[in-house]
Design a protein around this ligand. Structure first.
Ligand code: ATP
Ligand code: MG
Length: 462
């Protein structure tokens, strides 16, 4: 049976006969024998293989092997005399599946820029850095499911296609099967969506929250984990057009419970990744961002800072730093403000609560003074907002009023209002941008390098 290299490096014993499969990272030919390092993606480190001339077809096989070639090697594990590895594989047979012409294969030994690697998105996962990123990404996803499953949350699958354009239709991608060259028109010469696939305009979802609320009203505690889409034309290092979101929703829960869960959640994920991906995390700390391990320890061991928006504005006004955007009660916090709070002032994740009503969504619970809503954002050093959440408005009359105040039509939210009509309860939830989390965890500067196939303006090749 073929063995995974990570497992052999950890637990393989001298004299064991094993078979491995993978891609050649390096080849060194010496007088009388050759070394190759084989990587199968299971770990950062590859397995060193020694090939002696007594291996069948030695010359012919060696000619076909170069960086990037795919191979299967069978042999015996032996203690390694070389530095850096405990064991190595003494080959008894080598099979080359596919060659990788060194003249054209773009991934040679040297380090490539992330920009260059984005242009070869079909090959970049074979590099050390992207390999580490996607292993950590996998560990984060596992930790997320484990965290919620241990606490009895139901994973619910909310739709990708939706008719509700709750959070700003301008940022949504339309979904249509109409012929765009000749769409059917109404008498007023507008597009006649009654003839479209769903009989009305449809979009790719920007969030599964409203549907998650439906499910929370039946299962108490639920979470979604799936792709979301935003047609925002912002070319930043923190925005994607397609990104994954995690959205827990809890019935019988207020904003304090929401914050407690969010904090425990982040601590859990960091602990899990530190335990399961220590080699990759060391790598990030060494080569990408020297504060990665310290940040992880900081998250795991310290209580997050919790301040109100009003207090945050006071602190920003007092800051001995010039900001590009104005600081004023009633204006939204910009990324520079968020980073000042979390990175410079508190030096740890900071939860800002109770934002002005007019800058937040209609579904957030109105406080008694009506000036603020029970919202909370978690700001992370270097990243800014990583989680956005709130206690939801559970009072039918207040919710109806807020919908109208924001210029929305209560009729389109009939089912959302029904949840307040029948068995309403206080409830709360939050949304975590999954790629922002992976960025935060790994120290990767650009969000395009923490998702295998980034979707951004003008970019949909791979
Ligand atoms: P931002 O101000 O950074 O654009 P937002 O206020 O639009 O964020 P929310 O609508 O609260 O974000 O979305 C919930 C979470 O999803 C955010 O906290 C963030 O982690 C993540 N997120 C939002 N937009 C994007 C995006 N375009 N790409 C990746 N992650 C995103
Ligand atoms: Mg946004």
């Amino acid at each position: 049976m073929t063995r995974r290299i990570a497992e052999l490096l950890r637990a393989g014993q001298p004299d064991e006969t094993v078979t491995i499969q993978g891609w050649v990272r390096t080849k060194r030919e010496q007088k009388g024998f050759s070394f190759i390092e084989v990587n199968d993606g299971s770990s950062m480190a590859g397995l060193q293989v020694v090939i002696n001339p007594d291996v069948p077809d030695y010359e012919a096989s060696l000619k076909r092997i170069s960086t990037g070639a795919s191979v299967e090697v069978s042999g015996v594990l032996v203690p390694s005399p070389g530095k850096g590895q405990r064991i190595e594989l003494k080959a008894e047979s080598v099979k080359v599946y596919g060659e990788a012409d060194p003249e054209t294969y773009p991934l040679q030994k040297k380090r490539h820029s992330f920009e260059f690697l984005r242009d070869i998105g079909h090959l970049r996962s074979r590099t050390n850095t992207l390999g580490a990123v996607f292993r950590v990404r996998n560990a984060c996803a596992t930790a997320i499911h484990q965290f919620f499953q241990e606490r009895g949350f139901l994973w619910v699958h909310t739709p990708v296609i939706t008719a509700s354009d709750c959070e700003g239709a301008g940022e949504m991608f339309a979904v249509t099967s109409l012929n765009l060259k000749q769409p059917p028109l109404t008498e007023q010469k507008e597009i006649d969506y009654t003839q479209d696939f769903f009989g009305k305009p449809a979009y790719l979802t920007v969030s599964g929250q409203l549907e998650a609320e439906i499910m929370a009203m039946a299962f108490s505690n639920v979470y979604t984990f799936g792709p979301t889409f935003r047609a925002e034309n912002s070319n930043t290092s923190r925005h994607l057009a397609e990104f994954w979101m995690v959205e827990p929703e809890m019935a019988f829960c207020d904003l304090d419970g929401d914050m407690d869960l969010a904090e425990a959640f982040l601590k859990y994920i960091f602990s899990y990744v530190m335990e399961h991906c220590s080699e990759d995390m060391e790598f990030f700390n060494k080569l990408i961002d020297q504060s990665v391990l310290e940040t992880a320890e900081n998250i795991i061991n310290n209580q997050f800072e919790r301040i109100t928006y009003t207090k945050a504005i006071e602190l920003l006004e007092k800051a001995d730093q010039k900001f590009e955007y104005p600081v004023e009660w009633g204006l939204d916090l910009q990324s520079e403000h968020e980073r000042y709070l979390a990175e410079d002032l508190f030096k740890k994740p900071t939860i800002v609560t109770d934002y002005p009503t007019q800058i937040k969504a209609f579904y957030m619970r109105l406080s008694d003074d009506e000036k603020t809503v029970r919202a909370m954002d978690i700001l992370a050093p270097k990243i800014g907002e990583i989680i956005g959440g709130s206690q939801r408005e559970e009072r039918l009359d207040v919710l109806e009023r807020r919908i109208i105040e924001q210029g929305l039509d209560p009729k389109t939210y009939w089912w959302y209002l029904d949840l307040r009509r029948y068995g309403t309860v206080p409830h709360a939830g939050f949304g975590l941008g999954f790629e922002r989390l992976v960025q935060f965890m790994t120290g990767m500067a650009n969000i395009r390098d923490v998702i295998p196939f980034p979707r951004t303006p003008q970019n949909v090749e791979f």
